[in-house]
Design a protein around this ligand. Structure first.
Ligand SMILES: Nc1ncnc2c1ncn2[C@@H]1O[C@H](COP(=O)(O)OP(=O)(O)O)[C@@H](O)[C@H]1O
Ligand SMILES: [Mg+2]
Length: 298
């Protein structure tokens, strides 16, 4: 008997999948929100830009759609490294002359790059309406990107520190050199004490071998465990390999110039690992949220 009122009420509350589904919904499978990873370091010259470009390419080779934000104000060298000459940058979006898709350039493996350059500095000066317009435009990217990588400037005094705070994951790049390790420590200290960032992932670049990289990670995690209330996970390493600067000189990614090089194998392993690595549990998982933070829009 269907007369049990509770049961029938519960039944009517169960959403009818068939009724709610539009025919289009069957065809369009919405992607998960993108991983948003800020690639950062305590000091410059440790390989961030090379890592962003080569990791992005490795990710495209395993079927991921990747977008890069070139947020390094100093030298916008990502485009040079990839042999691209973008005509427009973020500035043109902010002035309303162009939309985001107009300024985005395609790189190897169909990776997409947003050339930001000086536009980054202007973000904070936007009016509330301009910010909202910008945010609305960017939120469409959530549906078509798997990984969003941000090539940030190094250091703690930089005004792009907000990119680290806004991103879902922070990849700290360090070399095994003691100065790089202490600068990484200083960066994590500021981000944890002043910006309440508690989770970091370490990538060791220019490692001589796996053991060298692990030793560097252990040295750093020993001090962070002792003095900082953070968790530092080990993402892996990229070997010191002369093919990295060689590929830069050819303005090519390693995966195209020297696919069998030791360093390229490390990038492929890293790309796999990133896809398997658990996403941090917070709710920073969409591009809209990311930009809202960067713009300090509430
Ligand atoms: N794994 C590596 N092996 C050898 N050279 C590297 C490696 N990674 C980066 N480099 C070189 O180090 C220099 C600095 O790299 P870059 O990516 O510009 O650093 P950042 O963006 O951190 O300033 C470049 O000449 C680059 O070719
Ligand atoms: Mg750089």
């Amino acid at each position: 008997m269907l007369g049990n009122t509770n049961t029938s009420r519960e039944m009517t509350n169960i959403p009818n999948e068939k009724m709610n589904k539009s025919p289009k919904a069957d065809r369009i499978k919405k992607k998960n929100p993108p991983r948003i990873i800020a690639v950062t370091s305590g000091k410059g010259g440790v390989g961030k830009t090379s890592i962003v470009a080569n990791l992005a390419f490795a990710l495209t080779q395993i079927g991921k759609s990747v977008m890069i934000l070139d947020a390094d104000l100093g030298l916008g060298n990502l485009d040079i490294l990839l042999g691209l000459t973008p005509k427009f940058n973020l500035n043109h979006v902010l002035t309303g002359e162009k939309c985001v898709s107009d300024i985005t350039v395609k790189g190897p493996g169909m990776m997409q790059i947003i050339p930001a350059s000086s536009g980054i500095q202007r973000l904070a000066e936007l009016s509330k309406e301009q910010k909202l317009h910008f945010l609305t435009e960017l939120s469409v990217l959530d549906q078509c990107i798997d990984v969003f990588l941000i090539d940030t400037a190094a250091g703690i005094s930089s005004n792009v520190i907000y990119f680290n705070v806004a991103a879902q994951e922070i990849m700290v790049v360090a070399t095994p050199e003691p100065t790089s390790l202490t600068d990484s420590y200083a960066l994590m200290k500021v981000l944890s004490k002043e910006y309440s960032e508690k989770r970091f992932n370490l990538l060791v670049n220019c490692a001589l071998n796996a053991k060298d990289a692990m030793t560097a990670f252990k040295k750093l995690s020993l001090v962070t465990e002792r003095y900082l209330d953070i968790s530092l996970d080990y993402l892996g390493y990229i070997l010191l390999d002369e093919n990295v600067p060689k590929a830069v000189r050819q303005q090519m990614v390693l995966g195209e110039a020297f696919p069998n090089s030791h360093a390229n194998k490390c990038f492929n392993t890293l790309a796999q690992r990133i896809c398997e690595f658990p996403v941090s549990g917070d709710n920073k998982g969409n591009i809209h949220f990311f930009w809202k933070h960067v713009l300090q829009y509430d």
